[in-house]
Design a protein around this ligand. Structure first.
Ligand code: ASP
Ligand code: MG
Length: 421
């Protein structure tokens, strides 16, 4: 049994959908297959914009219409018969979307967000499933909300692994025995009281890993518009090179420090069951891409990770006093409570500095909790550069023409807080 995940870029128009049909035919047959799809193209952003307009009392109908036209046009490019039931199915989803947009005094924004934004994956999954059936493949469409169970932590649902395993055994396994291919949505899950949750932006990779884990799949493949996992973001690192192999730990570490090629939560469920993760190009599917597994391969090129939209916060005592370990502990405890992740840290006699995501509500909470005892200074709009395995001449070249607020170079580890000049 294998799991394939296709992201938004791989199904952004009719020819792309036809391309992944070929990939599934060529690489997905011979054993049971679970296909996980994201929303098409930039649909999730479009749904966020619809919700925002609705919430602010602006006109959102034109935005819904344009999203509806986008999906209808893709379906028209695949199904020549105008009477194909897919068109009615799509219209039905848009009808439901319009009905979801109601607000009273009890409406919680984040809960509504999940009900609205999840529509993207529902739409893409019916188009792709019907298109594969149209091609003569034995495909069953499955609602992910019935098999991936979460709590009601809206927009970042926490997976209930026990309940999920149970549903997968009960619903998915029999389907896979029957049909060779089951197609479902990434990114979305369901609460016990049948509400929709989402797993965090770009969470479809994680959905696929949850399914692979519970099914003890032979492998998971993420089909991307890049050749695999490169040693740096090709938009920023011009001659980025492909890693043929990475260990689970190396891959997870890269995602932690900003490599956006895989969702950070993806690796752990796969590692636990020693399931290899392939990252391959949907444009050149015959190429081997990157294999992430438990093997530690020798690396010849450094890994370069940029974490954008960061803040660099500095605490100093209000009195002339050294910062004690207890106080450092207290600041970090408050960071933990505000859910501000610390990606880099620096300690001086009188000060502590940390680098965290520029998420205003969380940062504000942390500052409020610590400002009685400390003077807090924040540097916004910075980024964190992390390089693993680079020599100092190399890292210095990377930071040319940038303002360095802080840097540290150890044996094979370099970090810097940077801003533009
Ligand atoms: N469609 C969702 C998003 O764009 C989930 C995903 O792409 O993985 O965030
Ligand atoms: Mg997406």
């Amino acid at each position: 049994m294998r799991v394939f995940k296709f992201g938004g870029a791989s199904i952004k128009d009719a020819p792309s959908v036809q391309n992944i049909q070929q990939i599934i035919k060529q690489f997905g047959q011979g054993q049971p297959l679970v296909v996980v799809v994201s929303a098409m193209g930039k649909t999730t952003n479009a749904l966020e914009a619809i919700l925002q307009a609705f919430w602010e009392g602006d006109d959102y109908e034109a935005l819904i219409q344009s999203l509806q036209e986008y999906h209808t046009k893709i379906a028209q490019g695949i199904f020549w018969d105008k009477k194909n039931p897919i068109f009615e199915e799509l219209a039905q989803y848009f009808q439901t979307l319009r009905q979801t947009l109601v607000r009273d005094t009890k409406t919680v924004f984040n809960e509504l967000y999940d009900q609205v934004v999840s529509v993207g994956e529902l739409l893409s999954s019916v188009i792709v499933a019907r298109s594969l059936q149209h091609e003569g493949l034995q495909v069953m469409w499955q609602d992910a909300r019935e098999i991936i169970k979460t709590d009601n932590n809206w927009r970042e649902g926490t997976v209930d692994w026990k309940a999920t395993q149970k549903c997968i055994n009960k619903i998915l396994l029999p389907l896979l025995k029957d049909k060779q291919i089951v197609l479902t949505q990434g990114f979305i899950g369901g609460t016990p009281d049948k509400k929709t949750t989402t797993l965090g932006r770009e969470g479809s990779d994680y959905s696929a890993a949850i399914l692979a884990h519970c099914l003890k799949a032979e492998s998971q493949t993420i089909w991307k518009d890049v050749a695999g996992v490169l040693n740096g973001d090709p938009k920023r690192v011009p001659d980025a090179q492909l890693f043929a192999q990475l260990s689970y730990q190396e891959a997870a570490e890269m995602t932690y420090y900003g490599a956006s090629v895989i969702h950070p939560k993806t690796i752990a469920p796969l590692r636990e069951k020693v399931i290899p993760l392939y990252v391959k190009s949907f444009l050149q599917p015959q190429k081997s891409g990157t294999c992430i597994n438990s093997v530690q391969a020798h690396k010849f090129v450094p890994a370069i990770m940029y974490k954008e939209k960061q803040v660099w916060i500095r605490w100093t005592h209000k009195d002339f006093a050294f910062l004690s370990e207890a106080q450092i502990g207290e600041i970090l405890q408050q960071a933990h409570e505000a859910q501000t992740f610390v990606y880099a840290m620096h300690r001086e006699a009188f000060a502590l500095q940390i680098c965290t995501d520029q998420r205003p509500e969380k940062v504000e909470k942390l500052i409020q909790a610590t400002k009685a005892d400390f003077t807090v200074v924040i540097e916004e709009g910075v980024e964190l550069l992390t390089v693993k395995g680079g020599e100092s001449a190399f890292t210095q070249k990377l930071t040319e023409n940038r303002i360095k607020l802080w840097e540290t170079q150890q044996a094979n580890w370099y970090q810097a807080i940077l801003r533009n000049q």
